[in-house]
Design a binder for this molecule. Structure first.
Ligand SMILES: *Cc1c(COP(=O)(O)O)cnc(C)c1O
Length: 343
């Protein structure tokens, strides 16, 4: 059976062009810096984000964790938004791997106010930890794919620089943010010291994420990647798909955003389902189904029986994510299926 899979953009299969480029990729031992395809991907990523250097990593989680390790010293404190991926979905890695503690701030649609960040920065005091890093998430996953407005991002970076604190961006979907803002991605990255972004989500690559930053930062980060087992030898086969991601797939994300708008507006017209349209900026839709007397798990099971996969849990929220393999007709089929299961 063919399923319409709206669980996540991580489910994206590689495109035909990716499969061809994987087959033909030139490879070498990347631990010796001898994989020409990885070297090219790293240069392309650095260039697109306006940074000196890039590093290919197996996953976004590893990329984020390496960045926290590289920026901080054990015993420091780092500032994060309370529902961010690093806190929610990375298995407590910052405590275990970096030995840092988290200062969590409440965000408005995932966006922390620069004033709140400044107020959270620790003073020079014998009792207090040193604030070692500010982490931002753009787009913000659990807030529904929301984008950090450019003025807030700039102000946040100014606060960070005033206090001499580095800024890391978990930009798993930073190309979705750039598409929404209609800006080159380097305009966003200029207000960061490091960015992690995923090739394996909306950009359709089968595996891999990128970390970008200064030469010095990436040199140090490579050692932590090796420590965590991320030295990958002939991984140019994976990087080959990543090159197609950067060259082609970054240019089409507006289609996914358009499909998300169609789906969100359609869902909002169904009694018992509520979508806060202010949060539907990119390719993620979070719905409140508390008006339906059904849990997310029940809702998703019934949709599954109709050939549609979504993420729903015990709470009364469900999530849809659009991506390359979701076409306009799939949105209509999905809306019809939702209408039929709640009857
Ligand atoms: C998906 C994601 C990651 C990394 O995920 P991996 O599955 O480890 O590649 C990091 N941050 C955010 C916001 C994400 O959505």
């Amino acid at each position: 059976m063919h399923y319409i899979d709206l669980r996540s953009d991580t489910v994206t299969q590689p495109t035909k062009e990716m499969r061809d480029s994987i087959y033909h990729a030139q490879v070498g031992d990347d631990v010796y810096n001898e994989d020409p395809t990885i070297n090219r991907l790293e240069e392309m990523a650095a260039e697109m984000l306006g940074k000196q250097a890039g590093m290919f990593v197996p996953s976004g989680t590893q990329g984020n964790q390496i960045c926290v390790m590289t920026h901080t010293q054990p015993g420091e404190e780092i500032i994060l938004e309370e529902k961010c991926h690093i806190i929610t979905y990375e298995v407590g890695g910052i405590g275990r791997l970096s030995g840092v503690q988290a200062k969590l701030l409440h965000g408005n649609k995932g966006v922390m106010a620069p004033e709140d960040i400044e107020a959270a920065i620790r003073e020079e005091d014998i009792h207090q930890p040193k604030t070692g890093l500010i982490c931002l998430e753009n787009t913000h996953n659990r807030a529904g794919g929301t984008v950090i407005p450019m003025d807030i991002l700039k102000k946040t970076y100014e606060v960070a620089k005033k206090h001499n604190i580095p800024v890391h961006m978990d930009g798993a979907r930073v190309f979705n943010a750039a598409t929404y803002l209609k800006l080159p991605v380097k305009e966003i990255a200029q207000y960061t010291d490091s960015v992690m972004f995923c090739l394996s989500k909306g950009l359709c690559a089968p595996v891999g994420s990128m970390v970008v930053g200064s030469n010095e930062f990436i040199q140090k980060a490579r050692k932590y990647r090796k420590m965590l087992g991320g030295g990958m030898r002939q991984a140019g086969f994976l990087a080959a798909a990543g090159i197609v991601s950067l060259e082609k797939m970054t240019l089409r994300l507006q289609d996914d955003h358009y499909h998300a708008q169609l789906l969100a507006k359609g869902l909002n017209r169904i009694a018992g389902i509520k979508v806060d349209m202010d949060t539907v900026q990119t390719n993620i839709i979070i719905c409140d189904i508390s008006g339906l007397k059904m849990t997310g798990t029940e809702f998703s099971q019934r949709l599954y029986d109709k050939g549609i996969k979504i993420n729903g849990g015990s709470a009364s929220t469900i999530r849809f994510v659009t991506h390359y393999w979701i076409k306009e007709e799939d949105i209509e089929i999905t809306l019809n299926a939702v209408n039929s299961i709640i009857k």
